[in-house]
Design a protein around this ligand. Sequence first.
Ligand code: FAD
Length: 426
Amino acid sequence: MADDKYDAIIVGAGPAGSACAYTLAKRGKNVLLLERGNAAGSKNVSGGRLYTYALELLEPDMYKRAPLQRKIVREQVMLLNERGSTTIDYFDPAFGEQVPQSYSVVRAELDEWFAGEAESHGATVASGVLVDGLIEESGKIVGIRSGADEMRADIVIAADGVNSLLGQKAGLFPDAAPNSVGLGVKETIDLPDNLISARFGVKDTEGAARVAIGCTDGISGGAFLYTNKGSISIGIVFNLVEAAKQKRQVQDIFQDFKMHPAIQPLIEGGTSVEYGAHLVPELGYNGIPKRLHREGFLVIGDAAKFGINTGLIIRGMDLAIVSGLAAAQAVLETNSPSQTGELYMKQLERLLLTANQRAYQNFHNIFEISRIFSAYPNLANDAMQFLFTVDGKTPKPMLSGLYGAVKRNVTLGQLASDGWKAFRSL
Ligand SMILES: Cc1cc2nc3c(=O)[nH]c(=O)nc-3n(C[C@H](O)[C@H](O)[C@H](O)COP(=O)(O)OP(=O)(O)OC[C@H]3O[C@@H](n4cnc5c(N)ncnc54)[C@H](O)[C@@H]3O)c2cc1C
């Protein structure tokens, strides 16, 4: 390989890298897609919910041949306290019928399929290759190094994930600061399909997505459950710095969540088949590095810190795919490497990735309201307990009972200031 020269070398066969390789290869470019894992997807952890509009942007109906699991038709939000749970449940079997909406996915399968799609259009996919350096000449990036091997290309595209070593080597940004990333832990639990459907109240091809707060010991973060075919993805994402301050072990928080009386029955009898931990970009728009390119070099996907987490939805894969498409379109648009970077930024605008990120720009401030992660879920459960309790005693007046639930958890001053902060963030 040492003497080969490619039109593009893409490092990392996650959704960003494969989307980019697919688009370039389909348009006849000579593409090399490098992956450090033994196969695409072997290193990837994700809750596993893909918003399929991104595949539609790549190619109409592409999502129909992707290895998708269940179409999400049920959205549930759980507010947990130590013993109880208050759940908001939105169900609509027609949800997403008109346009592709979201599906649960198993990353190992999705990533392997995606890299295979790029390969089928002529991209060279090489697994088990750890890229550990960039080749720079006259201020321009002209290739990559993997151990003693050197490979050259007109453009190198870093799709190497949230810790992007290549973005750092290119001098575009420093190592991710601990407060800019969350830690995600995920487990896949095998269960018979009929049990999954019954427990989550969906039909066999339909799926449910649940998010939960109040399960992280007051640490900023939340949990998720997604139904797949024959398995459940369960995980938790939380703020690393706060967890370290509280000296809490990741696996203890996760184990407590799985053993919660409202969660345990959902996974009972299942077999754990996969467990992993990974960082997630946390700051949204405000975490995106100022520069995502230099001559001969672009950064896409998690490496560029694209990500949206509203507490209700976690988006990373779709943004990774869109950014891969944006990079490919920029490369296809010009033969002048000095212009590719600016064109890439324009494509991110045109494909609305930047607008999407901007729309949630201040959302992250909500997560600074620490009471969201324990006091308010407690309040919701206390209020529900009051409303549903019939014990033969003279009931308290409704308003005074509800006020009691509020007073036990927050002061009126806290309620007002949190409400104002949340309003401003939204
Ligand atoms: C627990 C958890 C739950 C999540 N849930 C969701 C969800 O439900 N929906 C959603 O949309 N997003 C979710 N995300 C986010 C999503 O996983 C990421 O946004 C997405 O994977 C980013 O894709 P990517 O291609 O940019 O990077 P990655 O998927 O991280 O891929 C990077 C690839 O580069 C390879 N690589 C890295 N360095 C090198 C190197 N030096 N040489 C060669 N190869 C290298 C890696 O092995 C990897 O395959 C979740 C993340 C976590 C951690």
